[in-house]
Design a protein around this ligand. Structure first.
Ligand code: M1P
Length: 253
């Protein structure tokens, strides 16, 4: 059905990896042009990603996104940016407390130190505002190594096995685990998934429709909770080209 709403009545909320860009690559110029010139005049636009803001800059063509998007929600919306300015953030340090955090971090480092992989690089745990990102192969791996690890993981389920172990070991701690990308997984308190950004949207906007576009919409994927949320109309995509095709249909472009 073709959208009949005014710009401030409809919000389009996009995941990044696999939705606006191909995984861990830069947005295609054509997609950018389409979004800013054809869609932005017709709808409020926002991004919600698992990554932090720096990685969003890398993928969606630098700081320009601060001017182009009405809202930016890095780390699932645990950081909230409105019209280019940070207006709020949530903090995992305060939420969990130092003792629990250290118990968790020490366990992760011990687990990883005993894990044999075909290769390992550096930065195995990235501590962000509202989440931790755990990467068995190390975030400093090259693009080629990233792809190789991803294939290895598809066969050996390294990330899923580690998540299962963490779930058991930390059953008493308010944490949830989500695989959003190719080489790592995110850990954050329950409810701090992508639906977290809706708390901010509900405070500041009065949208008649909120559409979400994402690729990891299956249970366990980091788009799942928001995709099935009743406040949102979910669109499953597999590539940015899919996203564009749905938008073209929605706005009869
Ligand atoms: O797609 C979102 C994910 O992107 C990265 O994942 P990976 O490096 O494993 O491909 C990370 O920033 C992760 O936190 C994020 O959810």
């Amino acid at each position: 059905m073709v959208v009949q709403l005014e710009r401030d009545e409809i919000l389009l909320l996009f995941d990044v990896d696999g939705t606006l860009t191909f995984p861990r690559t830069v947005i295609e110029p054509e997609m950018e042009k389409f979004l800013y010139e054809k869609i932005k005049p017709k709808a409020t636009i926002a991004i919600v990603g698992g990554s932090d803001l720096e990685k969003m800059f890398e993928q969606i063509n630098g700081k320009r996104i601060l001017q182009e998007f009405d809202f930016i929600f890095p780390e699932n919306g645990l950081v909230q940016i409105e019209k280019g300015k940070e207006v709020g953030s949530a903090n995992i340090k305060q939420h969990l407390g130092e003792a629990t955090l250290q118990r968790f971090i020490n366990f992760v480092l011990r687990y990883l130190s005993e894990l044999d992989l075909p290769f390992k690089r550096g930065t195995f745990l990235e501590f962000r505002n509202g989440m931790m990102n755990i990467c068995p192969v190390g975030r400093q791996c090259s693009r080629e190594e990233r792809n190789l690890f991803n294939e290895y993981d598809n066969e050996h389920h390294i990330r899923q096995k580690m998540i299962d172990t963490l779930r058991k070991e930390f059953h008493d701690v308010d944490l949830t685990y989500s695989i959003g990308g190719q080489i790592s997984f995110d850990v954050f308190p329950k409810g701090w998934d992508k639906t977290y950004c809706l708390r901010h949207i509900e405070k500041v906007g009065n949208f008649k429709e909120i559409h979400f576009f994402g690729d990891k919409t299956e249970p366990g994927g980091n788009d799942y909770e928001i995709f099935v949320d009743k406040r949102v109309i979910g669109h499953k995509v597999t590539t940015p080209h899919d996203t564009k095709a749905i938008l073209k249909e929605m706005f009869a472009i």
